[in-house]
Design a protein around this ligand. Structure first.
Ligand code: ADP
Ligand code: MG
Length: 465
């Protein structure tokens, strides 16, 4: 059995040793923001890092996990594993009305890192961004409520937090409450249990700007919805701003009361779509830049082209590359990025034939039609869409895509991708089609569905059935 190093040190000495290593690897600002608020204890072979709240845990897990793993292994020995423990679910905080502009005015759960400045605007999020700006600049006056919806990792929390940070900075007397709907629920439950419901109601009804993230968590919680409904009305009637986010359109949230749903539809509903390649590149470049790293276009495109639509995922890749670069003191190059991410990406790649199969299934046509040269719209549109998806979700080049679609020229594939990209900007129908095929692809990947292994097409792009 491997004997852990550092057994002779007590917890706080151990933690100091871990932090010393971490400090060498992050900027002073990052260190102050993220590492000075942590606690530490040992639990057998586990190193338990105690974090103030869930947000902290997620952030550190996403961004500094590798550094911490490394520092802990170096200090405690390779056998040590790392775990997080959340101190408490923080209540949603509303700063005092008379509060001066200071960091303490920030609601605890609101991360100062999420600002409009650090948000990259592209065709996929233009409307949501503009709406949030407008609301932040004139709370309660324009779009009320503002309802943001979009898939996981597309920037909802970033945008709603940007509203909060902006209002806190520019309207020192306004009371801003920001938090997850889960936190709202927990706080309500506590209030009910400890007879604090009046205080709870007073607190929420005195808010100038209520920002509730992930409203879909209220689904099925009747008591919380009821309380939220009254809060909503009180704020709305007095012209106070309400912003909520959700991973679904109001009508599609099952278990959400009709009266709430209809209120969400009173204001503006803005969606976030998966970013196109250029926007992803811009986001990656900005994120790397924020950490003092210049990302070459090659590396940025390599990451942006990975078959994932979520920003969070590609950001995770970036973080991993940066961590390795810092730990091993190597430069970030395309080779290096491929080496570091290779094992991770291998099982996420899709093949062109899987894309063809899923597209054919969705449109109810034969895979053979997609590989044919038929020009009718019923076939040519799905074919172009499939080529676009092949470009997005596989590592195939344009010539390879052309080949896989029954031996077509690469320019056919280029043209198809351009056309679908243009359609995506203007046609919600086409956006829906893309999402539906992607859902087929990803659902199947998750359950390891057998049909994924054989798209009914052989490797040379000929139909086998
Ligand atoms: P969601 O709440 O929709 O699941 P988040 O707001 O948590 O997504 O975003 C996930 C990560 O992606 C965050 O680190 C966020 O900063 C980043 N991100 C998403 N969209 C953008 C964008 N347009 N510009 C900059 N960063 C973005
Ligand atoms: Mg979120």
């Amino acid at each position: 059995m491997q004997r852990a190093r550092g057994n002779e040190l007590n917890d706080s000495e151990l933690w100091m040793a871990v932090l010393t290593r971490v400090r060498a690897l992050v900027s002073p600002k990052e260190y102050d923001t993220w590492f000075t608020k942590l606690g530490f204890k040992r639990d057998g072979d586990r190193a338990v890092v105690v974090v103030p709240n869930r947000f902290f845990a997620d952030w550190i897990d996403d961004n500094y996990r590798h550094l911490l793993d490394h520092a802990v292994a170096k200090t405690l020995g390779d056998g040590a594993s790392l775990a997080f423990e959340v101190l408490d679910t923080p209540p949603l905080t509303a700063p005092a009305r008379s509060g001066k502009l200071s960091p303490s005015r920030l609601p605890d759960s609101l991360s100062p890192r999420y600002s409009f400045d650090s948000f990259v605007v592209g065709p996929c999020n233009e409307l949501a961004h503009a709406a949030c700006r407008a609301v932040a600049e004139r709370p309660g006056e324009q779009y009320n409520p503002l309802f943001l919806y979009g898939g996981a990792g597309l920037g909802k929390t970033h945008l709603i937090s940007s509203v909060g940070n902006w209002v806190v900075q520019h309207f020192p007397t306004m009371r801003v409450v920001f938090g997850s709907s889960e936190a709202f629920t927990n706080e309500l439950i506590k209030a009910v249990r400890f007879d604090g419901i009046t205080a709870f109601q007073e607190k929420y009804r005195e808010v100038d700007c209520l920002l509730l993230d992930d409203i879909q968590f209220l689904a099925g919680r009747e008591r919380t919805q009821e309380e939220f409904f009254h809060t909503f009305n009180a704020l709305y009637d007095t012209g106070k701003q309400i912003v909520v986010t959700s991973d679904q359109f109001p009508r599609d949230i099952k278990g959400l009361e009709r009266r709430l749903r209809s209120r969400f539809e009173w204001g503006l509903i803005a969606d976030l779509q998966p970013p196109d390649e250029e926007t992803k590149v811009a986001i990656l470049t900005a994120k790397a830049g924020g950490r003092g790293i210049t990302l070459s276009r090659k590396v940025a495109f390599f990451l942006a082209r990975q078959p994932n639509s979520s920003v969070r995922e590609i950001e995770g890749y970036l973080n991993r590359i940066i961590a390795v670069s810092q730990l091993q003191e190597v430069e970030v190059t395309l080779d290096m990025a491929q080496r570091v991410l290779g094992p991770l990406l291998a099982n996420r790649r899709l093949s062109v034939k899987q894309v063809i199969k899923a597209t054919a299934d969705h449109f109810g046509i034969k895979t053979g039609d997609l590989l044919s040269s038929k020009k009718s719209r019923e076939v040519s549109h799905p074919r172009q869409l499939a080529m676009f998806l092949a470009r997005r979700h596989t590592n195939a080049s344009f010539p390879e895509i052309g080949l896989a679609f029954g031996g077509k020229d690469h320019s056919t594939a280029v043209h198809a991708v351009k056309r679908v990209e243009a359609l995506l900007r203007n046609s919600s129908e086409v956006r829906g089609q893309v999402q539906a095929v992607e859902k087929l692809l990803f659902d199947a990947r998750e359950v390891g569905d057998a049909w994924l292994s054989d798209g009914g097409i052989n490797d040379f792009g000929r139909a086998t059935r």
